[in-house]
Design a protein around this ligand. Structure first.
Ligand SMILES: Cc1cc2nc3c(=O)[nH]c(=O)nc-3n(C[C@H](O)[C@H](O)[C@H](O)COP(=O)(O)OP(=O)(O)OC[C@H]3O[C@@H](n4cnc5c(N)ncnc54)[C@H](O)[C@@H]3O)c2cc1C
Ligand code: SF4
Length: 325
């Protein structure tokens, strides 16, 4: 790993000034659980690390009348044990609980979870692929068991975050601070596909900081679930995951947001499956149809077609559970 200087700003203003001065040669550090590995893997070689841990308010959890405000530095562990989050925003608590191990959840933050870099073994190895500025994607003809089955190309990473699908299912938004002030973006617009820009996964510029995640209170009677399939139970990234928010009233599906993780370069909103169910009674035949439609545009690579069946099984399990079938 290359040498770097370590900075601990005491305010957001100070952190932003440091980023500006570094002119793209600094990286933000939150819990460091992804960042330090990425530096060791050589995918990032910052000259300066700007640690956000001493900035007041960035680790606050503040529920108000209609939404939950989560500072970007809130740890994943805090999310799993916070009573209001467990009660009103259960999908998020479930998803945070599925991240890594207890140690990773203690150190890892929500902001870091959304901004973590992909785990593609070529990218994390010594391969100068498209994402590293090279001219080919080694996963296309190489080992692609863990890669994208939908929305892939020219790079086939999957977005590794567990909390992102859950937050997207709850229609969350993010607050971003930069040299020109603050802006708020829907989480749905935060992530970037490789077609948008193969070297990035989100809209954050090098001089911007994600400061807050805001989650609207789900409407009365809504239920949510997060399910994740992985190879090792102790800790592992998702082979596929499903975040589902469902509101059924009078037997009719009034609201549905279905987001899939581990299968696409961004958390993937399964809108076609939502359309099958919205405004209708949830029956087994419709559930099966929704499962088929969820991945209707999929184009698996040589070794990852198993993800289609796996994801469909998770969607079915989620829908059956929440509709009490
Ligand atoms: C063994 C292992 C297993 C893991 N398993 C999982 C898993 O199952 N599921 C999962 O989702 N993740 C997993 N992770 C990834 C990681 O631990 C978590 O995503 C964690 O939440 C990252 O948060 P952090 O605060 O440590 O981020 P950091 O490592 O500090 O930062 C990650 C990236 O985000 C940027 N960043 C951080 N905060 C901000 C901010 N506020 N504004 C702008 N940029 C920011 C950093 O510059 C860096 O590029 C695993 C990691 C390891 C090492
Ligand atoms: S999937 Fe993306 S990160 Fe992996 S080798 Fe291909 S271009 Fe590189």
């Amino acid at each position: 790993m290359k040498g770097f200087t370590f900075h601990k700003p005491r305010s957001l203003k100070e952190a932003l000034a440091m980023l500006k001065e570094a002119d793209g040669k600094a990286k933000i550090m939150a819990g460091g659980t992804d960042l330090l590995g990425a530096m060791k893997d050589g995918i990032m070689q910052p000259e300066r690390l700007i640690n956000l841990q001493e900035i007041p308010d960035l680790a606050n959890i503040r529920p108000d009348n209609d939404r939950l405000h989560l500072g970007a530095l809130v740890s994943l562990h805090e999310i799993t044990v916070h009573p209001s989050i467990q009660k009103r925003f259960g999908i998020l608590a479930q998803a945070a609980q599925e991240v890594g191990s207890p140690q990773l959840r203690n150190m890892g933050t929500l902001g870091g979870n959304l901004c973590q870099r992909p785990r593609c073994w070529y990218y994390r190895g010594d391969f100068v692929c498209l994402k590293r500025g090279g001219d080919q994607c080694f996963a296309v003809t190489g080992q692609n068991k863990y890669h994208a089955v939908i929305e892939g190309g020219p790079c086939f990473i999957v977005h590794p975050s567990d909390t992102a699908p859950a937050l997207l299912a709850m229609d969350a938004s993010v607050r971003i601070a930069g040299p020109d002030g603050e802006k708020i973006a829907a989480l749905e617009k935060f992530f970037m596909t490789p077609r948008d820009n193969v070297t990035r996964e989100n809209i954050l510029e090098p001089d911007q900081i994600l400061t807050e995640i805001m989650v609207p209170l789900p409407r009365e009677g809504s239920r949510g679930i997060y399910l994740k399939a992985r190879e090792r139970r102790c800790w592992d990234f998702a082979l596929a995951s499903v975040a589902l928010l469902l509101n059924i009233d009078d037997g009719i599906c009034q609201e549905i947001r279905l987001v899939l993780g581990g299968i696409a370069p961004i958390p993937f909103r399964a809108s076609k499956a939502e359309e099958v169910l919205k405004g209708k009674p949830i029956e087994i035949e419709l559930i099966d149809q929704a499962c088929r439609m969820a991945l209707s545009g999929a184009r698996p690579l040589a070794s990852n077609a198993y993800k289609l069946e796996l994801t469909q099984a998770l969607i079915k399990q989620a829908l059956l559970t929440l509709s009490n079938k």
